[in-house]
Design a binder for this molecule. Structure first.
Ligand SMILES: Nc1ncnc2c1ncn2[C@@H]1O[C@H](COP(=O)(O)OP(=O)(O)OP(=O)(O)O)[C@@H](O)[C@H]1O
Length: 200
């Protein structure tokens, strides 16, 4: 179980540009941090580096006592703004695939449909979903396969007011259960969160 995240002096380069350097942040269980910064400052790149999908030019990421490879394989979820969904599957097929892949049960996937309010979309192809519905499907894996660290890239952006409220409650519950949330946002998170600016 990951109970801490420490990012130390991280630098990220894309092409020949240094997006940011010497970025440091520490978090512990129960905390949320809102990553802010102008478009292109490197928020998405930072989340991908924490998830191990992008190699930083310098610095390190530690997950408390848990070894990085194990933490990344089983201790975190990254929900990006491209959502990572296969558009030809139905909602239920895609959620089952994502849930099994990340270690959740079929029963938990069924419960996640309810939690994210997408039961009636179950048999629809992912390509037919609206942006907000698609995001809710992407977020469903957070509850279908519980993992302590949520890395969220503009999670609320396509959600309407009611769905933002519902997802706010889910985030609160995750934190209350000892989870951590690191979220790239342009609007404030609907819960108490520290701020950290990228590329300032
Ligand atoms: N593979 C790549 N090669 C070169 N540059 C890249 C590559 N991927 C991303 N970039 C650039 O890196 C910069 C940072 O992108 P990133 O998506 O991390 O920013 P962001 O802070 O999340 O932005 P936004 O607020 O617009 O979502 C951008 O200028 C982007 O064009």
């Amino acid at each position: 179980m990951i109970t801490a995240l420490a990012i130390h002096n991280l630098s990220i380069q894309r092409g020949d540009r240094t997006l940011f350097s010497q970025f440091s942040l520490e978090m512990k269980a129960g905390e949320a941090v809102a990553l802010t910064g102008r478009n292109g400052s490197g928020k998405t790149s930072l989340l991908r580096a924490v998830a191990g999908l992008l190699r930083p030019a310098a610095g390190e990421v530690r997950f408390g006592e848990v070894e990085a490879e194990e933490a990344r394989a089983r201790g975190l979820h990254l929900v990006g703004h491209l959502d990572g969904l296969k558009t030809g599957r139905t909602v239920w097929e895609e959620l089952l695939f994502q849930t099994r892949w990340t270690g959740g049960t079929d029963a938990a996937a069924a419960a996640a449909l309810e939690t994210l309010d997408i039961v009636r979309l179950k048999d629809l192809e992912v390509r037919r979903l609206s942006a907000g519905q698609r995001r809710r499907l992407a977020l469903a894996r957070l509850v279908a396969a519980p993992r302590p660290l949520w890395l969220l890239d503009e999670p609320m952006a396509p959600l309407d007011a009611e769905q933002r409220r519902r997802f706010g409650v889910l985030m609160e519950q995750h934190l209350a259960g000892g989870g951590m949330i690191l979220a790239a946002v342009h609007d404030p998170l609907p819960l108490p969160a520290r701020g950290a600016e990228v590329g300032a």
